[in-house]
Design a protein around this ligand. Structure first.
Ligand SMILES: Nc1ncnc2c1ncn2[C@@H]1O[C@H](COP(=O)(O)OP(=O)(O)OP(=O)(O)O)[C@@H](O)[C@H]1O
Ligand SMILES: [Mg+2]
Length: 260
């Protein structure tokens, strides 16, 4: 299998009074074609910083990012699409116009852009909402539209930073099931950033576990839930789920907080 993303020796620090503080230290990781790779770690371990480095929005102090063997450190790349926790839809554009945006900025003719966007409305069960405005949609629908806007440009690699964090549980697992079936069907590579261990185990082929202060990868875990199902509830009920959950929990080194 070929590596579509490769990162070597990523280091990032920020200036503080009297010196610098290490945020990310010597991160080495990769993703294979069609692989679903998650980064899981506690708040503040540098997940979003890492996300910004992979997307080229932020320059690391040292180290390199390679997409399909081409160095892209510090610069955006057309192979890469991303979805954030906050959906960042434009409120003054209709849902259709929001979805078409990614193609428009790339200079795709409007009629072609509309056609490609239209196909996604069916795939994501959003028919009938083309002319609505983001404010008229629920949070889950908005997040779907954000994903559609990313998918319409047909990126090879999709990067998601806590994209489903703000959603209630049933909606979250519905969208995750949908995501998994689309990315497996379309053979996409996904880099998924989360602090949610359950989410990481149910979705991923492989998980990098991070710790904080400084952010470092402490473990790499290959996940095999021994099921062909792409439905999250079924994956969650795999007898192997707990074993992976526990391994990640232990390697993060967190203890449950007592509830009074
Ligand atoms: N511009 C900046 N200057 C200084 N420190 C920063 C800057 N941006 C982020 N940090 C620090 O870097 C650390 C990692 O932040 P980051 O947002 O990447 O963490 P995270 O793992 O995404 O957290 P969360 O799970 O809460 O989203 C934090 O301690 C944060 O305060
Ligand atoms: Mg973050």
């Amino acid at each position: 299998m070929s590596k579509v993303l490769e990162a070597a020796g990523i280091h990032k620090s920020y200036p503080i009074a009297g010196g610098r503080v290490d945020i990310l230290r010597n991160l080495n990781f990769h993703a294979q074609r069609n692989e679903f790779v998650s980064f899981v770690g506690p708040s503040g371990c540098g997940k979003s910083t890492l996300f910004n480095i992979i997307t080229g929005l932020l320059m690391p102090d040292s180290g390199s990012i390679l997409l399909k063997n081409r160095e892209t450190t510090g610069s955006p790349s057309p192979e890469l699409g991303y979805v954030l926790q906050k959906d960042l839809l434009f409120p003054w554009r209709t849902v259709m116009d929001n979805v078409m945006l990614g193609l428009e900025v790339r200079g795709t003719p409007k009629s072609e852009a509309r056609e490609r966007a239209m196909a996604l409305f069916e795939l994501y069960h959003m028919q009938g909402y083309e002319k609505k405005y983001p404010a008229q949609l629920s949070g889950g629908m908005r997040q779907r539209v954000a994903l559609m806007r990313t998918m319409v440009t047909n990126p090879e690699i999709i990067l998601m930073d806590e994209a489903y964090k703000a959603l209630d549980y049933p909606l979250k697992i519905a969208l995750e099931s949908e995501l998994l079936s689309v990315v497996k069907q379309q053979q996409k590579t996904v880099i998924f950033i989360t602090h949610d261990i359950e989410e990481a185990v149910t979705l991923s082929d492989r998980v990098y576990v991070m710790k904080a202060h400084p952010g470092e990868i402490v473990q790499e875990i290959h996940v095999d839930l021994n099921t062909d199902s792409l439905l999250i509830p079924e994956r969650r009920l795999s007898p192997r789920f707990n074993e992976y959950y526990e391994r990640i929990w232990r390697s993060i080194g967190t203890q449950p907080t007592p509830v009074n």
